[in-house]
Design a protein around this ligand. Structure first.
Ligand SMILES: [Mn+2]
Length: 388
């Protein structure tokens, strides 16, 4: 039998990192729908992230995107975060929005453009030195659209050279987490299309390079929990970018499209020690709230991860092992499904009450008046947004 109090205790230690960009305006390439009260600068994004933490107790960190979140003083931004009860987290490097990067950033055939991209990545490590961030998240839009457009192997060489330059710049506990994506914006080849490519580069780099699994970056039907299990066994799972998808890189609320998949992923995480005190896996969200309000969208996301984690923790692993070793196919599956089909909302409500929070974070947010306050106050100035 699983001890529900022990499960609650572990859930109380779980931390989910929020993306600063989730609070800004976002959209598709067809239209960005502006919302009222959207942050005008990184400080207001920090304030909104802090609201999510205040209501959930489980979102202690906010990830930055450079240059979107550039400020005069990252020390001051860090102080603002601390005053609001949270910390600055992962630094996400952006080498995909400059005209120079049309044919790639670190894999561009032009050495001047490669040098410019590497300089930006090194500048992101400078930011980490100031914010105390552990992780530099690298995602490259680099790739090609047409067969013959560029030399696939040469692009891998350029990628490797750039990664080594950045890796050599890391100090202390700093790490690289290398994200992959099957397609988009490039449609013929992406230079880091899959976990295997990321894994191979991270192996060559060394201990402080790990793979980042963005749950929306795979081909339909890919068994993501297998990737997670494999990477955890190899000690190479560095981070998640949680979101959900129906078709491609939809960046919808985690657990919305396929809560069962999220449970299966978190079951692998939990059973491989991913929630242990010494675990170094960063549980991040990477989402855009294009049509729903952003702060409640983030609160719902945190709750969805908590619910899937609670179910994963409720799996009776002793009974599962007995069934597995006996070759009891249906019995083993039933043990897993029993946990998945458990309603954990009461358990999480109890946890929040013990933490001095409302049982229902979304209702508490709506009662707080914060949405009305920011809609009234955040008038004028540049509305920070996705791609801004
Ligand atoms: Mn991502």
């Amino acid at each position: 039998m699983v001890d529900r109090d022990a499960v609650k205790k572990i859930l109380g230690t779980q931390s989910i990192e929020l993306p600063s960009w989730a609070f800004g305006n976002s959209g598709t390439r067809f239209k960005v729908f502006a919302q009222q009260g959207v942050p005008r600068d990184p400080y207001e994004k920090i304030a909104d992230a802090a609201r999510v933490h205040a209501h959930t107790g489980a979102a202690h960190k906010v990830a930055l995107h450079i240059p979107w979140d550039n400020v005069d003083s990252f020390t001051d931004l860090g102080k603002a975060a601390a005053d609001a009860g949270i910390e600055l987290g992962t630094v996400n490097a952006n080498v995909f929005q400059d005209d120079d990067y049309m044919l790639g950033s670190v894999t561009n055939p032009d050495p001047r453009i490669r040098a410019k991209a590497i300089d930006h990545l090194l500048a992101c490590v400078d930011v980490m030195d100031q914010t105390g961030s552990r992780d530099l998240k690298l995602w490259f839009s680099d790739g090609t659209n047409y067969p013959g457009q560029d030399n696939i192997r040469a692009r891998q060489d350029r990628l490797s050279e750039a990664l080594h330059k950045v890796y050599d710049r890391l100090t202390g506990d700093q790490r690289i987490v290398l994200e992959y994506k099957l397609f988009e914006p490039a449609f013929y080849t992406m230079d880091v299309p899959d976990w295997g490519t990321s894994f191979a580069h991270c192996l060559q780099l060394g201990e402080r390079a790990k793979v980042c699994v963005d749950t929306g970056h795979h081909a339909p039907g890919t068994n993501i929990e297998f990737i997670v299990a494999f990477l955890m066994r190899a000690g190479k799972l560095g981070a998640f970018d949680f979101n959900s998808r129906f078709y491609a890189d939809d960046d919808l609320i985690v657990g919305a499209a396929d809560p069962f998949q999220l449970f299966r992923i978190l079951f692998e995480v939990v059973t491989a020690g991913g929630l242990d005190a010494d675990s170094e896996i960063a549980f991040m969200l990477d989402q855009c709230h294009n049509i729903e309000p952003k702060i409640p969208g983030q609160i719902r996301s945190v709750m969805n991860v908590q619910e899937a984690t609670a179910k994963a923790l409720l799996v009776d692993t002793d009974a599962l092992t007995v069934a597995q070793n006996a070759g009891d196919v249906l019995g083993a599956n039933a043990v897993l499904m029993d946990a998945y089909n458990t309603d954990v909302r009461g358990l999480l409500g109890d946890l929040r009450e013990e933490q001095g929070l409302d049982r229902d974070p979304i209702a508490a947010y709506h009662r707080s008046g914060y949405a009305e306050k920011i809609a009234a106050e955040r008038i004028g100035g540049h509305q920070a947004g996705w791609g801004a």
